[in-house]
Every structure is written in structure tokens, then in C-alpha cells.
Design a protein around this ligand. Structure first.
Ligand code: ARG
Length: 461
């Protein structure tokens, strides 16, 4: 072994690592994306070392100068990443040393790659969470814009995918607004646990140098330090928690996607999605396929998979750091990337939806969506609810046999089912009447939906 291709840790080894093993254990191909966070963490560490007299002021200056150049190389894409140098940390350290000499070799004083990588991942994730929250909010705003136009658009609400009761289309959209609101809250909450500093834990037990962890935490804008060194280097629960929050975001969008796909099908015909989000078929000229929502539904599988991967990665690990943890990055990065792309495209797609109120209305009309309103009408006139339910069931059966809606039955026909039915029933059986009657917080009355939208706008502002 020449000095040139020696590994940072190879002093106690008698032979070089096998080629295959080198490739198997190297992570630089994927962890190089942590480079800027690695530099940020190193600079804070070096500043603390210098402040405590552990390295000299000149060393710090050299490190800062070298890191500025490295950062520039990384940003310009001409940093020469080497697989032989294993990971992002050793690549940067080696380059630093080649640029500034001994100061570069002093940077790793009082530190281990174990606390270094945990810090990098937390810095990366904190940044990703901040960006994702903005994207979730943008999608919420896009939902609001669409909802605002459709407080009075009536669609059938479904249970069991059978027509249940009429609802305002805006009300339906606002259900997703609520889901996304909780999603954003979950991200913000998870961020609190991400935002703790592992540095200072060193390999696992801490370090004998007179370090100042709180100072580093302050420099890196962490809310505090990880309280236990073994825990600091080994647990990735913060990444798992984030992945769970991400899986829920995708799950919510997958549900919405499933609806968009159904609604765009000519069988429903409730909406159209702008051409730029769809593709055609190479064999069937008539086709326009909702590829984007389908892919969102499909990609939910990989994001859920990433969560399971991380949980499984963690479950068998004894304290403290194990190389297993190197496997945390790809699932985490993939979840961040998938969420970023999905949220962006979704906010855009919401603006490309054409609503077909007539189709929604006629579907609501065909499905006896106001049957519950008839039952409630009878209850208000003194009939016990169970009896009212039975009377209306018989009326629906009668209407089904005639192939018409309840509102199309003559008064005498309706009165066969209850003598309590009078002429005022026709106002109750309209879709508008049904919506307007559900006039309480959380209900579908257009007035309530408008208020919900106004509150929602305020919450985003
Ligand atoms: N590439 C490693 C990881 O991602 C860095 C830490 C390695 N530590 C060690 N002692 N081998 O986890």
C-alpha cells in the first residue's frame, strides 16, 4: 500500500480492502448529496475547537478557506468524488487536507464520523422539512382556490362508493385541506426532534477534549443537544418519524388521486384534467389517461416501503452506531424527492381541473341522495327515526321501480308511505335544500363551507 491510496483508518490493516468490498461499503455515490451540510457542520465544529483553544486560530482560518473552495467545487459540480474514499465525510476531509495541509488533519479532533453523519442527516432533513412545509401549504392554497369557485356546486357524497347524500364539491375538497393541514403540523412537530445536535457524542461515549456542544448547537441553529451520546449516534427515529409523516402525505394524495381518476372516467364524468397532466395510448386513439394521479397512487407504495425499510433497519441494532445506519440515506432521500415532486405537480394540477357541475348534479339526483332528508322531515313531524327510515326505504323502492327520483313522485304517491307528508316536502327533496339544512360547523351548507374556506385562508396567511 502506498501512502497515496491508504484509507483514513487503514493503519492497523495488513492488506487493502477487496475491490468488491470497497464498492459494497462505499456510500459516496449517494451521501455526496450531504456535502453542503457536512461542510456546515465541520465549520461549526472547527469554530468551537478554535474558540476552546483545541486548534489554533490559524488552523480555523485554513479550514474556512479550504472549505470555501470545496463548497464552490461541489456547487459547480467539479468536486472529484472518489469511491476509494468511501463516503462524503472522508472525501471532503481528504480534499481539505490536500488544500490546507495539517489544519485539515486537525478538523476531526474530538469528532467521529458517527456523530458527524448523524449531524449531517439532521441538517439535511431539517432543511427538507422546511421546504416540504412550504410545498404542502402551496397545495393547500391550490385546493382553496378550486374550492372557492365551487361552494354551490353539488355532487353526490359517497359511502361505500354508493351515492349517500349530496355535498358541496368545495366541502369535499376541503376534506383534503384538513388532511394536509394535519400533515404540515406533523412535519413541524417532527422537526422539533430532528433539530437536536449529535456532535460531541464522538464515536459513542463522548470525547476527552474540552468541547462546547451548546456552542456548536447554537452555531448550527439546533434547539439543543442530544442528551445521551450513545443515543445521539445510533438512533434514526427522527428519520423514521419523518418517513411516517411522508407516508401519510402520500396516502392522502393517493386517496385524492383515486378520486380524480374515478371522476375523470366517462362513467363519472365529473371533471377533466388538463392535457398537460395526461398522456394518450399508443394503440387506442381515443384515450386520455390520468397518468399523474395514477403515478402518485403508485409512488405511495415506494414511500410506504421507505418507512418500512427504515423501521426494519433499526429494529435489530444493538447500541450504539452500526454500519447498518448507512442504509438510512437512500430511503430517506427517496421519500424527500418523491414528496417534493409530487407536491409540486399536484399544486399545479389542481389549477388544471375543469369541473362539470351538471354531471355531478345529475349523479346526485339519480342516487336518491335526499332520502335521509325525507326521513328527517318525518322525524321533525313527530315520527320516530326508525319508523321514518322504514317509510322512506319503501318510498325509495317505489321510486326505483318507477325509475324516477323521490322528488318526481306525486304528493298522493308519497303520502302512501306516511300521512305526515305534505306539499312542503318538495323543498326538502331538492339538492339545495338538503345542503342548506346541514348548517353547522363542519357541515356541507354552502354558507358553512364559505366560512371554512375563509378560516382556512387565514390559517395559511
Ligand atoms: N458513511 C457512514 C454512514 O453513513 C458514516 C459513518 C461511518 N462510521 C464508521 N465508523 N464507519 O453511516
Amino acid at each position: 500500500m502506498t501512502m497515496q491510496d491508504k484509507q483514513a483508518w487503514s493503519g492497523r490493516f495488513n492488506e487493502p480492502v477487496a475491490e468488491l468490498v470497497k464498492r459494497y461499503t462505499a456510500s459516496v455515490d449517494f451521501d455526496k448529496r450531504l456535502a453542503l451540510f457536512d461542510i456546515q457542520g465541520s465549520l461549526a465544529h472547527a469554530q468551537m475547537l478554535a474558540a476552546g483553544g483545541i486548534i489554533s486560530a490559524q488552523d480555523l482560518k485554513d479550514i474556512q478557506r479550504g472549505m470555501a473552495q470545496i463548497e464552490n467545487e461541489v456547487l459547480c459540480g467539479n468536486f472529484a468524488w472518489q469511491l476509494d474514499l468511501e463516503d462524503v465525510h472522508l472525501n471532503i476531509e481528504k480534499r481539505l487536507t490536500s488544500l490546507v495541509g495539517d489544519a485539515g488533519k486537525r478538523l476531526h479532533t474530538g469528532r467521529s464520523r458517527n456523530d458527524q453523519v448523524a449531524t449531517d442527516v439532521r441538517l439535511y432533513l431539517r432543511h427538507a422539512i422546511d421546504e416540504l412545509i412550504v410545498l404542502v401549504h402551496a397545495l393547500q392554497a391550490a385546493l382553496l382556490d378550486l374550492a372557492q369557485q365551487h361552494t354551490h356546486t353539488i355532487m353526490p357524497g359517497f359511502t361505500h362508493l354508493q351515492v349517500a347524500q349530496p355535498v358541496s364539491f368545495a366541502h369535499h375538497l376541503m376534506a383534503y385541506f384538513e388532511m394536509l393541514k394535519r400533515d404540515a403540523e406533523r412535519l413541524a412537530d417532527c422537526r422539533k426532534r430532528v433539530n437536536r445536535l449529535p456532535l460531541g457524542a464522538a464515536a459513542l461515549a463522548g470525547t476527552g477534549y474540552p468541547i462546547k456542544r451548546e456552542y456548536v448547537a447554537e452555531l448550527l441553529e439546533f434547539d439543543g443537544v442530544c442528551e445521551n451520546s450513545l443515543d445521539a449516534v445510533s438512533d434514526r427515529d427522527f428519520a423514521i418519524e419523518f418517513s411516517a409523516a411522508g407516508a401519510l402525505i402520500m396516502t392522502h394524495l393517493s386517496r385524492l388521486s383515486e378520486e380524480l381518476i374515478l371522476w375523470m372516467s366517462p362513467r363519472f364524468g365529473f371533471i377533466d384534467i388538463a392535457d398537460r397532466f395526461c398522456t394518450g395510448s399508443s394503440i387506442m386513439p381515443q384515450k386520455k389517461n390520468p397518468d399523474v394521479p395514477e403515478l402518485v397512487r403508485g409512488k405511495t407504495g415506494r414511500v410506504n416501503g421507505n418507512l418500512v425499510a427504515l423501521l426494519t433497519l433499526m429494529k435489530g441494532q444493538p447500541l450504539a452506531y452500526n454500519k447498518d445506519n448507512q442504509e438510512d440515506k437512500e430511503p430517506l432521500f427517496d421519500t424527500v424527492d418523491t414528496l417534493t415532486q409530487t407536491l409540486r405537480i399536484y399544486a399545479d394540477m389542481m389549477g388544471g381541473i375543469t369541473v362539470k357541475p351538471e354531471a355531478m348534479r345529475s349523479a346526485a339526483f339519480q342516487g336518491y341522495a335526499t332520502a335521509t332528508d325525507l326521513a328527517d322531515y318525518l322525524v321533525k313531524k313527530g315520527l320516530p327515526f326508525r319508523d321514518a327510515h322504514e317509510a322512506v326505504a319503501l318510498a325509495v323502492r317505489f321510486a326505483v321501480e318507477r325509475g324516477c327520483d323521490l322528488s318526481e313522485l306525486k304528493l298522493e304517491e308519497l303520502q302512501q308511505f306516511s300521512a305526515l307528508i305534505a306539499n312542503d316536502i318538495y323543498a326538502v327533496l331538492t339538492l339545495e335544500g338538503s345542503l342548506a339544512s346541514r348548517n353547522h360547523t363542519g357541515g356541507t351548507a354552502p354558507q358553512q363551507v364559505e366560512a371554512a374556506i375563509a378560516r382556512a385562508r387565514k390559517s395559511l396567511a
